[in-house]
Design a protein around this ligand. Structure first.
Ligand code: FMN
Length: 477
């Protein structure tokens, strides 16, 4: 495996937007392809219920080192020819601190297969991206990705102080732990998540290689904190600014909005690159860096390179539904593409970038017509219930339920069920009672409106990951 640092990291894009096909294409061309690890358990189970088109999941499973576990999952979910469009996908149990074991197995297998497929056919490293906030699946997911030889783990949307140490343990197949954040927890409450690989291994496996760990941060202060307090080695940083796609770090200080409702970022949000360089670790700049000129600028500032998301999100290999991709690329061509930062849409309470698109939750009527249902539960917040037990709530679940769990009613306003919407956005919408089909929600960075630079002159609304890489490296030879 190459030990050279990549100049271009294709940013992890969840859920399922940077899937194995995109990461494989990018890594094949010698840069770092990153699969999204978010919700891979659900995505994998739904791919099997869709009949595993192309047989890729089966091929990955055939290389999984614990065949009995793989077969259990195959038998549970695989539907030859795929489920009928009007039928629902299976509802799976939600993640909980003590399992259930079937979900832990699904995480191990799904993360293995995604990384295995992204690594197939070339010898360059592949990375995996997780959101720190989605904590319960971390340990089994990391273990599955490491069984497949993942080269880099990238994590943002939180402060991943305990991931480096967990990687060290998992590489040795040793017991790994991760502290679950529980709102209102008392000192002495046991909130530690534990994962023991031996409980899942069906045979001996040699020690695994420990992936490089890159923390995704929005400030040099956070980077310094992570270096100082992490329980193991941090190998570098991705520094992401507020124009990036997906979730953004909120501005420091009191939230102020401009006329369009976008959060205003100020001087305090500026990253001090001098201070960052002093940490002595490689870093990549992200958020509007998807041009050859910005790459040069990043290298001149001492960065190892750039991380790019939006430019890859709309290329042919990405996991976005092709009808959404086409419609948005056509809007770009006609100058009508719009993206805005929505400060209330995400149950994480982080600002979230939303692309305006008909028939998606970007439209208020579509949002209001959706019955509030929480049945995937990745973004639920763990909280300490009155009896001391750990409960879970999501500000996008039915309002009365959320409030009955001690949630603040104001926090429910405008909240979108990102879990269901993002699954719909990659072509895996849940269908309810044969009638209601979940709508998608597309996220992208502000770079969206400039993606015309990758489109061919024949007017076709399509381009490839290779086109992006060629353009980025064009004048840097
Ligand atoms: C569709 C989409 C989904 C994203 N999802 C994630 C994610 O799950 N985790 C993450 O760390 N970053 C996510 N990002 C951010 C990218 O990894 C990357 O840092 C960012 O897009 C870079 O800025 P750019 O969009 O201006 O190129 C996402 C970006 C996009 C466009």
């Amino acid at each position: 495996m190459s030990t050279l640092l990549p100049t271009i990291i294709q940013g992890g894009m969840g859920a399922g937007v940077s899937d194995w096909r995109l990461a494989k294409a990018v890594s094949h061309f010698g840069q770092l392809g990153v699969v999204s690890g978010t919700a891979l358990d659900q995505i994998f189970a739904r791919r099997l219920q869709d009949g595993d088109p192309g047989g890729h999941m089966r091929r990955g499973l055939d290389h999984f080192p614990f065949p009995k576990m793989g077969e259990r999952i195959w038998r549970t979910f695989y539907i030859p020819g795929g489920k009928q469009a009007s039928k629902s996908y299976k509802t799976l149990p939600m993640h909980a601190p003590d399992g259930p074991r079937e979900m832990q197995e699904l995480c191990i297998v799904a993360n293995f297969v995604e990384v295995f497929l992204a690594r197939e056919g070339h010898s360059n490293p592949v990375g995996i991206n997780y959101l720190e906030k989605i904590q319960i699946p971390h340990l089994p997911s990391l273990y599955g990705a490491m069984l497949a030889g993942v080269g880099y783990v990238l994590m943002g949307a939180g402060i991943p102080l305990k991931i480096p140490g967990a990687l060290d343990c998992l590489a040795a197949h040793a017991r790994a732990t991760y502290p679950l954040h529980v709102t209102g927890a008392h000192e002495g409450d046991d909130t530690l998540l534990t994962f023991l690989p031996a409980e899942f291994m069906e045979c001996d496996v040699p020690a695994l290689s420990r992936p490089q760990f890159l923390a995704i941060v929005s400030s040099n202060v956070l980077a310094a904190t992570i270096v100082k307090r992490a329980n193991g080695q941090v190998n570098g940083f991705v520094v992401e600014g507020p124009t990036a796609g997906g979730h953004n770090a909120p501005p420091r200080g009191k939230l102020q909005l401009d006329a369009a409702g976008d959060a205003i970022y100020g001087e305090r949000d500026r990253v001090d690159l001098d201070k960052l360089r002093e940490l002595g670790l490689p870093f990549w700049l992200a958020g509007g860096y998807g041009t050859a000129e910005k790459l040069r600028e990043a290298l001149a500032a001492g960065a190892a390179g750039i991380q790019v998301g939006t430019a890859f999100a709309f290329c042919a290999e990405s996991g976005f539904r092709s009808d959404y991709k086409k419609a948005i690329l056509q809007k770009i061509i006609s100058g009508q593409a719009r993206v805005a930062t929505n400060s209330s849409a995400s149950p994480t309470n982080f600002p979230f970038k939303v692309v305006q698109l008909e028939e998606t939750l970007s439209e208020n009527e579509v949002y209001l017509a959706r019955p509030r249902i929480c049945d995937l539960g990745f973004l639920r917040e763990a909280y300490r219930a009155a009896d001391g037990a750990v409960g879970f709530r999501c500000s996008a679940e039915p309002v009365t339920v959320y409030v009955s769990k001690g949630g603040d009613v104001e926090n429910t306003q405008g909240k979108r069920c990102l879990c269901n919407a993002l699954m719909a956005t990659i072509g895996q919408p849940q269908v309810r009672n044969g009638k209601f089909t979940e709508h998608g929600l597309v996220t992208s960075g502000n770079d969206l409106t400039a993606l015309g630079r990758f489109l061919p002159s024949n007017g076709e609304p399509t381009y490839t990951a290779r086109d992006v890489l060629m353009e980025l490296s064009s004048s840097n030879a």
